[in-house]
Ligand binder design. Structure first.
Ligand code: C5P
Length: 319
């Protein structure tokens, strides 16, 4: 499988759609293990509403080191079965379906259909760490991981371009996570990927309130601006490695609507701002919010300060 660790360095959409470089971490005779990373939207502008009901986006996504892990084993029959790893905590299982509503099984089924349903079945074991309804793209990353793993365990001739087209038909964030890019400007529904050549590392502390957000609800409540802000400056800033200037350029148009819908999240943002005296941003449609740090050490210190003082679970994410 050529879905190894090659980096995305292309700078055009046509290049990027041919790249699939998500994290295959291991393969035995029977199983494929794929890492399924979380993303953060460090910039998100809503440019308009489309006739198909989706919103036209201009967003910058970064791929983090915070991952679920998906293990896939081929079956002798045609069944597709999904279960959690024993180590997946009860709280993370909550709200994640294990039937055909899960994007892992939808992705596997679509890939099989694409090849005329001739492929056998598979067993999927999901070790979940990324909370659902958090704006971190957990479900989308799982779908990307399933596409890559199934192509390998079923030994299918699917091209990277075909895999991207199946990904786009399943959801808006899957293509970015399938691409394996560290950072990209994403347009259209979010499925058009323009990689940003980034060499610097980024450090964040992320916190999620107990209540998640409904993405359709947040989009419905959002007012579309007359003059959208462009991602050009933040993309250039990342490409130039001017990471200390990022705080002035990070932005998310969905924040106001998400705060209206989730007052617990709005309160969490205020408490984090008060505690840290730093800008706090939201990823995707929330409800995860995050703070950028200068270093890994600073992020670890802030993570423990936030956990102790606010009595919430905080994660230290790196890009
Ligand atoms: O594509 P995905 O399944 O992630 O989208 C979930 C929902 O979020 C969509 O059904 C739609 O209501 C909303 N959405 C949107 N515009 C986008 C992406 C998502 O309105 N660009």
């Amino acid at each position: 499988m050529h879905a190894s660790n090659s980096s995305c360095s292309g700078d055009s959409l046509s290049d990027s759609t041919n790249q699939v470089c998500c994290g295959l971490v291991g393969r035995s005779r029977h199983a494929v293990v794929v890492q399924s990373p979380a993303k953060l939207n460090i910039f998100l502008e809503v440019c308009g509403k489309r006739p198909d009901g989706y919103h036209e986006l201009d967003t910058v996504m970064v791929r983090t080191t915070f991952c679920d892990t998906l293990t896939v084993m081929p079956r002798d029959d045609q069944q597709l079965r999904l279960r959690f790893s024993d180590a997946t905590t009860e709280s993370l299982r909550h709200g994640v379906p294990l039937d055909h509503k899960n994007l892992i099984l939808k992705a596997a089924e679509k890939l099989r259909e694409f090849h005329g349903s001739s492929a056998p079945g598979a067993d999927f074991v999901l070790h979940k760490q990324i909370p659902p309804e958090s704006g971190l793209g957990g479900g989308s990353g799982n779908a990307a991981a399933a596409l890559l793993a199934c192509r390998t365990v079923w030994n299918l001739p699917t091209t990277d371009t075909e895999l991207h087209s199946i990904a786009a038909s399943l959801g808006s964030d899957i293509n970015f996570l399938l691409s394996g890019c560290r950072a990209a400007v994403c347009r259209g529904r979010g499925e058009q990927i323009f990689p940003i050549p980034m060499t610097s590392r980024l450090f964040f502390v992320a916190v999620r309130p107990a209540q998640g957000n409904s993405t359709p609800d947040v989009f419905r409540r959002t007012r579309i601006p007359e003059t959208p802000v462009s991602s050009t400056n933040i993309a250039q800033c990342l490409a130039d490695g001017r990471t200390s200037q990022l705080d002035n350029l990070m932005f998310n148009r969905l924040t106001t609507a998400a705060c209206e819908a989730n007052t617990e999240m709005a309160e969490l943002i205020a408490r984090l701002q008060h505690l840290t005296r730093r800008p706090v941003f939201m990823s995707g449609s929330g409800s995860t919010v995050f703070i950028r740090c200068q270093s890994s050490l600073e992020a670890r210190k802030l993570q423990s300060q936030v956990q102790q003082r606010l009595r919430v679970t905080a994660w230290h994410l790196e890009v």
